[in-house]
Design a protein around this ligand. Structure first.
Ligand code: ADP
Ligand code: ADP
Length: 228
C-alpha cells in the first residue's frame, strides 16, 4: 500500500492558469523523496494539497489510500496532525521558548503534560538542541531555528513529513546538515517529502527525485539513475 498517492491531480487557482496538470505518482512508506523544479513549477501547490491548505480542481490525493477529497470539517484538523510540515521561514513563535514551540502540537492534541515533557526532550536531543530548550528562537542561529521547526513537525510522530524549501535560508554547510536530519527520519517511521529548487543539494542526497515543469511531472528519477 502506498503512503501517499497523487491520482491525476490538477490544480487551477481562481483566475490563474493550471499550477498542477494531471500529476500522478505514489510514495511508499519509509521513502524519502524530493520534488524539484524552477520557481512557479508547482512544488508548493503540491505540498499544500497534501496538507489540505488547498484542494485539487480535478483528481485525488490519497494518504494510506484514503481520499483526502472526502476529508471535510473536523476531519481536516485530524488529518493535518498526521502530516508534519516544515516551512522555509520556520514560523516559530518568537515569544515562546524552544521547548514551548516544539510542545505546541502536543498541547493542541491534548497529550498529558508528563508525556509532552518526555517527547519534546527526546526530539530536541535528536535534532541536537537538547541544551537549548529554554532559549527563544531569536537567540538561535538560522540553522538551529530550522531544526526547531523540524522538531515541532516530527514531535507528533507523523507518518509523513513535508518540507517546503527547508534549506532556502541556510548556508551550504547547514543545509547539508538539515538534509541529513531529514534523511534519518524514515528509519524512525516518518517518511519525508522535500520540495527544493536546489538541484545540486538534491542530487547529492541520492534519493528519488520528482521533477515538475510548469505544473507537469516531467521526470521521476530513481536513486540508481541519479548515481549513474
Ligand atoms: P513553486 O513552489 O514551484 O514555486 P507554486 O506552487 O508556488 O510553485 O506556484 C505554481 C503556480 O501557481 C505559479 O504560477 C504561481 O504563481 C501560481 N500560484 C501559486 N499560489 C497561488 C495562489 N494562491 N493563487 C494564484 N496563483 C497561485
Ligand atoms: P511559495 O514559493 O512557498 O509558494 P510564494 O511566495 O510563491 O511562496 O507564495 C506566498 C503566498 O502567496 C502563498 O500563500 C501563495 O498561495 C500566494 N501566491 C503565490 N503566487 C500567487 C499568485 N500568482 N497569485 C496569488 N497568490 C499567490
Amino acid at each position: 500500500m502506498s503512503l501517499l498517492r497523487f491520482d491525476n491531480v490538477s490544480k487551477r487557482y481562481a483566475g490563474g492558469h493550471e499550477a498542477l496538470s494531471e500529476v500522478s505518482f505514489s510514495m511508499a512508506e519509509g521513502e524519502m523523496l524530493f520534488v524539484t523544479g524552477h520557481s512557479g513549477a508547482g512544488k508548493s501547490t503540491l505540498l499544500r494539497l497534501i496538507h489540505l491548505s488547498e484542494r485539487p480542481s480535478r483528481g485525488a490525493v490519497l494518504i494510506n489510500e484514503r481520499n483526502l477529497n472526502k476529508v471535510r470539517g473536523r476531519g481536516v484538523a485530524l488529518q493535518r496532525r498526521r502530516v508534519g510540515i516544515v516551512f522555509q521561514d520556520h514560523r516559530l513563535l518568537t515569544d515562546r521558548s524552544v521547548f514551548e514551540n516544539v510542545a505546541m502540537p502536543l498541547v493542541i492534541a491534548g497529550v498529558p503534560r508528563a508525556e509532552i515533557d518526555k517527547r519534546v526532550r527526546v526530539v530536541l536531543e535528536k535534532v541536537g538542541l537538547g541544551e537549548r530548550e529554554k532559549a527563544t528562537p531569536l537567540e538561535l542561529s538560522s540553522g538551529e531555528q530550522q531544526r526547531v521547526g523540524i522538531a515541532r513537525a516530527v514531535v507528533g510522530r507523523p507518518a509523513l513529513l513535508v518540507a517546503d524549501e527547508p534549506t532556502g535560508n541556510l548556508d551550504p554547510q547547514l543545509a547539508a546538515e538539515v538534509m541529513q536530519l531529514f534523511a534519518s527520519l524514515p528509519a524512525a517511521g516518518t517518511s519525508v517529502l522535500v520540495a527544493s529548487h536546489d538541484l545540486a543539494l538534491v542530487k547529492r542526497m541520492r534519493k528519488r527525485v520528482l521533477v515538475l515543469d510548469h505544473g507537469r511531472l516531467v521526470d521521476d528519477i530513481s536513486p540508481e539513475d541519479l548515481a549513474a
